[in-house]
Design a protein around this ligand. Sequence first.
Ligand SMILES: [Zn+2]
Length: 88
Amino acid sequence: MMYLCPVCGYPKLIAPPADYMICPSCGTEFGYDDFATSYEELRNEWLSRGALWFSRNTPKPEGWSPMSQLGQAGLLPSRLEAPTESTI
Ligand SMILES: [Zn+2]
């Protein structure tokens, strides 16, 4: 049984998005990051950080694209904001 990440649409979570499960795609820690923040806000934050693959342990699927993943899950934001470049 695979579960869908409600933040980034990653379809292969090995456990339900709860109980400190961390999505390898967007890095959301469920039960913690989503405690006071909506999935939509978490998604927008992930997108504004460049929608990078999060996990170092779970390899990125071949040909992985955050936008097509979101699209397939029906989670593409209706209004895409330009990613904000953070200067470090
Ligand atoms: Zn995710």
